[in-house]
Design a protein around this ligand. Structure first.
Ligand SMILES: [Zn+2]
Length: 394
């Protein structure tokens, strides 16, 4: 009996319909071990199945396993402690994860944008069993479990910039496969050098970024896959990469820079809450032996901020500040006159869109949560506005 894909969702839905006993190919037994309320028997061949059913040689049921986020998690080779310097970028990354905000890292090549992105899963809260099951189901359907029981680490997906819209969003002819955005569900989708991706693939991200799901329609019908991921993207400030650099001259013409940045459309940029510049690392930071904060320390603060959000949204189906709609924002993020004035001024000066305004308020809410403040204060608004400086260039 050969292993098959998608055992986990099949088993869960069969269990919910009242079935309790299952015979599975041995290679699928591991992923079934985490589902409560079932008895699973693992067989190597049909003779074993017949002997089991005719009571000649009953198979012992697979032992149940309990989920623990650390048990199966491999140690990450990435850690914030290895990122030298970059205090501003690190701060932005922490805020992004704390409120589950999408983030764009802008900087010349070789400044460690990829390294920072790789650290994101190391400061995210551990997945709950429900979250882990959702991720495992998708990976099971895609045939990516490779004998693993349950995916306990938050996914980090990095599709190449030549990837097609189908491979990013999902699709296929005979069987509608989940795309990278669904494989990144409950984790991070990292687009390295975002302007290099094909335009239609980028534009296709807009709907799932808003809804957290993707609906793929084919002749045979429609399939909906979860796609609630955190988007992290990186880009150079210009085609040569040196625009704004203190020591290397930029050789691009203004028209080239404009064309390069225009590859990311306004509506897509509007859905990215935080834009931050990652500068060249200063020599003293590289050579110095100053101890950088570890991912574990940052994660503690993130978890505290997430706790505040869980309390705030306890009576709704929202989990993080980034998920808030206009209605929740009006109710839960009131701004006093001073904050509103700052926002009004920034709005005019940066020519922000209405959507960008909401992003700023949500990010300010997260900054206030990290500070343990009940009310959004002017400094929170100022900092949130500072993460939108690319809007006026694109
Ligand atoms: Zn340049």
């Amino acid at each position: 009996m050969r292993p098959v894909n998608g055992v986990l969702p099949l088993l869960i839905s069969a269990r919910d319909k009242g079935y309790t006993k299952f015979i599975l190919p041995r290679a699928n037994a591991e992923e079934a071990a985490y589902i409560g309320g079932t008895q699973v028997f693992a067989a190597n061949n049909l003779i074993e199945v017949i002997d089991h059913l005719s009571d000649l040689a009953p198979i012992a049921p697979v032992a149940h396993k309990t989920y623990s986020p650390h048990a199966a998690a491999r140690e990450s080779v990435f850690d914030m402690a290895y990122v030298k310097g970059q205090p501003a970028a690190k701060r932005a990354v922490e805020i992004a994860v704390a409120g589950s905000h999408n983030i764009l890292l802008i900087g010349p090549p070789g400044t460690g944008k990829t390294m920072l992105a790789r650290c994101l899963p190391t400061i995210m809260p551990d997945m709950t069993f429900e979250e882990a099951l959702e991720v495992t189901k998708i990976h099971s359907v895609a045939g990516l479990l490779h004998g693993r029981g349950v995916v306990s680490q938050r996914p980090f997906r990095t599709p190449h910039h030549t990837a097609s819209t189908v491979s990013i969003c999902g699709g296929g002819n005979r069987f509608i496969k989940p795309g990278e955005i669904s494989l990144a569900h409950n984790g991070v989708l990292f687009l390295d050098e975002m302007p290099e991706y094909n335009r239609s693939a980028l534009e296709a991200l807009r709907q799932p970024l808003e809804d957290g799901v993707i609906t793929i329609t084919r002749v045979g019908g429609a399939v909906e896959y979860p796609a609630n991921f955190m988007l992290c993207a990186s880009m150079n400030p210009c085609p040569c990469g040196n625009y704004g650099s203190a020591d290397k001259p930029c050789t691009c013409t203004p028209a080239q820079i404009h064309k390069y940045r225009a590859k990311i459309s306004g509506p897509l940029l509007d859905r990215i809450d935080i834009q931050v510049e990652v500068d060249s690392v200063k020599y003293d930071d590289l050579a110095g032996d100053a101890l950088e904060e570890s991912s574990a320390e940052v994660k503690k603060r993130v978890e505290e901020a997430r706790y505040i959000q869980r309390e705030r949204f306890a009576k709704s189906d929202i989990f993080t500040n980034a998920d808030m709609g206009e209605r929740e924002m009006k109710k839960l993020c009131p701004l006093d006159k001073e904050c509103d004035d700052i926002l009004r001024m920034s709005f005019a000066a940066l020519k922000l869109s209405a959507r960008a305004r909401s992003r700023i308020v949500k990010v300010a809410r997260t900054i206030a949560d990290l500070a343990g403040e009940e009310k959004i204060k002017p400094e929170h608004i100022f900092e949130a506005v500072s993460y939108r400086k690319y809007d006026k260039f694109i």
